[in-house]
Design a protein around this ligand. Structure first.
Ligand SMILES: *[C@@H]1O[C@H](CO)[C@@H](O)[C@H](O)[C@H]1NC(C)=O
Ligand SMILES: *[C@@H]1O[C@H](CO)[C@@H](O)[C@H](O)[C@H]1NC(C)=O
Length: 329
């Protein structure tokens, strides 16, 4: 017996080991697939409890997620962007606006996950685009938070309120603080107030400056945001100086920010900048070399036109060069 074993080539003794490992792998895969099919079957059949039990056992939910008992299969499908499952559930008569204890709807989940096809399907099935959770969060807020420009557009096209109610989480502030430029642009286009002032946060422009978001700062200013409005007496320029952002400071100055504005502590922006920082350098240089005449003209033309008419600049009968200049291009 031993002779036979020894006479076999070296590799073949190990072939059995590899084979068993492979078999084990296949078995595990088989078990996983069948469990998934089983879960799907239960979900589709509407046996929520059983689906919940199986899913809770085999999907690893992160912390902070709501429990399965509270979330419906529709929430789950929307959260994971499973369009087919979602449509199946909807066709079975699931209420598209079904809510959890916290009043989270499937549309909230779809927007947070940037699943635009799911969001569309839910809206078509009658989901409420203005739904608010108990924390005042709307699907639009979630879309802005996730930076989903397409979900933002879809919601706005279907009549979502671009502006939060007072004292509720504001989509434009969220988008501005996270540098979601496309979302900020969409919100402005659909009529969100660029100067919406939340007492403890300030304006979107102030938030963009504090968060050092240059592009958002530009978009808000181009959308007609008041360059002087920040938080209480702190102007956006104070925020940019404090954060040492020379690029943002230059943009704010181009849009006519007042370099001598004083905040609650009676400090000017230059005094807010870290000593001998680049921000301080830019501010001091600007004091020595004020605006050029053409810049002053641009500011006064834009002021005379007023915010509601700024979007009409491209239609003015002026050379393209001038129109671009008026739009800071
Ligand atoms: C769907 O659910 C929402 C929120 O719970 C409720 O207001 C609405 O009446 C429900 N619609 C139907 C058709 O049951
Ligand atoms: C959402 O709210 C806005 C403002 O309150 C309203 O004009 C709009 O009709 C609402 N949309 C839907 C679909 O209810």
């Amino acid at each position: 017996m031993t002779e036979i074993l020894e006479s076999r080539p070296f590799g073949s003794q190990y072939a059995n080991v590899y084979l068993s490992i492979f078999a084990l792998f296949c078995f595990k895969l088989f078990v996983k697939i069948s469990l998934n099919i089983l879960t799907h079957f239960y979900v589709v059949k509407g046996n929520r409890k059983e689906a919940a039990r199986i899913a809770a056992e085999f999907y690893d939910f992160g912390q902070g997620q709501s429990s399965w008992a509270d979330r419906s299969p529709l929430h789950e499908a929307a959260c994971q962007g499973r369009l087919l499952a979602l449509k199946t559930l909807l066709s079975q008569g699931y209420n598209a606006s079904i809510i959890t204890i916290d009043h989270v709807t499937p549309l909230h989940e779809a927007c947070l996950g940037d699943h635009v096809a799911c969001a569309r399907a839910l809206i078509e099935a009658g989901a409420n685009v203005n739904a608010t959770t108990i924390d005042g969060v709307t699907p639009l807020f979630n879309a802005c938070s996730a930076g989903s420009a397409t979900c933002t557009e879809v919601l706005l096209e279907h009549g979502a309120r671009p502006q939060a109610e007072l004292c509720q989480p504001s989509p434009i502030h969220e988008a501005s603080s996270k540098g979601r430029t496309a979302c900020v642009e969409a919100l402005i286009t659909w009529g969100a107030d660029v100067d919406f002032d939340i007492p403890h946060l300030g304006t979107p422009l102030y938030i963009a400056c504090i968060s050092q978001e240059l592009q958002c700062t530009r978009i808000l200013l181009n959308g007609g945001a008041n360059v002087q409005k920040g938080r209480f007496l702190d102007t956006p320029l104070h925020a940019a100086a404090q954060k040492d952002c020379p690029d943002i400071i230059k943009v704010l100055l181009d849009f006519g920010a007042n370099i001598n504005a004083r905040n609650l502590e009676l400090k000017r922006p230059a005094e807010m900048a870290p000593p001998s920082s680049r921000a301080e350098g830019v501010l001091l240089r600007h004091e020595a070399t004020p605006h050029s005449l053409c810049q002053l003209c641009r500011l006064s033309i834009r002021q005379i036109m007023g915010r509601p008419r700024l979007h009409l600049i491209p239609q003015l009968r002026l050379p393209t060069l001038l129109k671009d200049y008026l739009q800071y291009r």
